[in-house]
Ligand binder design. Structure first.
Ligand SMILES: C[S@@+](CC[C@H](N)C(=O)[O-])C[C@H]1O[C@@H](n2cnc3c(N)ncnc32)[C@H](O)[C@@H]1O
Length: 275
């Protein structure tokens, strides 16, 4: 993969923001019926609640996920970036991820951590129509948008929307058949990633599944075009090794398209490998 020049990176950023500026008025009108004051009741919105790293200028935007506008911009931003950088739409990426869990897996309870606007959970909800979903994020604004999207899809009765820190969820041990997250670890300092992996293992049921996707590895990391404050932690992280160290087994690392990768794994029975 050729390394981009500074000018190419700047042109890429400009194009993304131009596309975003075009799409945003439409997005704002789609979500204009949300009564934010009502929907935010019961969630914490004070800045002290968030871990310090959330306030770093992720993508050059300070306090990235701590207001409605930035969170409403997420879906179209990520769709534009995925199409431009990875040759997939957001929906294709979520569907391909969901397909990594076999249809005959016993998936009745799913937890998504750092769910953002829950596009990943929506794809899983369609693939596993019997499953119930715990949609979680530290940002209450993301949870409000997720709930709105689940309502629009007629799936809201199958989900809860909880403000949860991925590294310390408070769920009992062995709670979920599938624990999933996406695009989370490249935005966290590595100590948080390590704690979150341990937490994912703890709350996955024996025999259950873990599913993760992210970007910015290997050569692709050279073409990062947006400020990503925790990128150096992320690119040094050996994810296959760290998922295994957290306890997961049967780990499959799948490279997909340009710079996009998935990890799928299992929690063994009584700490033992499944096969
Ligand atoms: C880059 S967005 C990804 C959103 C979503 N997973 C997706 O794939 O579209 C990162 C998300 O992680 C959330 N987040 C960051 N740190 C978190 C933490 N410690 N616990 C829970 N959520 C967190 C942010 O609020 C944001 O919604």
């Amino acid at each position: 993969m050729p390394r981009w020049t500074a000018q190419e990176k700047e042109a890429y950023r400009t194009e993304i923001f131009q596309r975003l500026n075009t799409i945003m008025p439409l997005v704002m009108s789609q979500y204009s019926s949300i009564d934010w004051a009502e929907e935010l009741k019961g969630y914490r919105t004070d800045h002290e609640y968030y871990p310090d790293y959330i306030h770093a200028p992720i993508h050059g935007v300070t306090d990235a996920y701590t207001n409605p506008q930035n969170c409403l911009g997420w879906d179209c931003g990520i769709d534009v970036i995925l199409q431009k950088s990875h040759n997939v739409s957001c929906q294709q990426m979520r569907e391909r991820m969901a397909e990594l869990i076999p249809l005959d897996a016993q998936i009745n309870t799913v937890l998504e951590l750092g769910a953002g606007t829950a596009s990943g959970a929506l794809a899983l909800a369609r693939r596993f129509p019997q499953a119930t979903f715990s949609i979680t994020d530290i940002s209450p604004y993301m949870l409000v948008i997720s709930k709105y999207k689940f309502s629009k899809a007629g799936l809201v009765n199958r989900a809860t929307f909880e403000q949860v820190d991925a590294s310390d969820t408070g769920y009992p041990d062995n709670s979920f058949d599938l624990v999933t997250a996406s695009l989370l670890f490249h935005e966290m300092p590595k100590e948080w990633t390590l704690k979150t992996l341990q937490e994912m293992y703890r709350i996955t049921k024996p025999g259950g599944w873990v599913l993760y996707t992210d970007t910015y590895r290997g050569e692709y990391a050279l073409n990062v075009s947006f400020p990503e404050p925790w990128l150096s932690d992320f690119v040094q992280f050996n994810f296959e090794y760290e998922f295994a160290k957290a306890g997961f087994t049967e780990i499959d690392y799948i490279r997909h398209s340009v710079g996009l990768w998935y990890i799928v794994g299992r929690k063994g029975l009584d700490g033992m490998p499944l096969s």
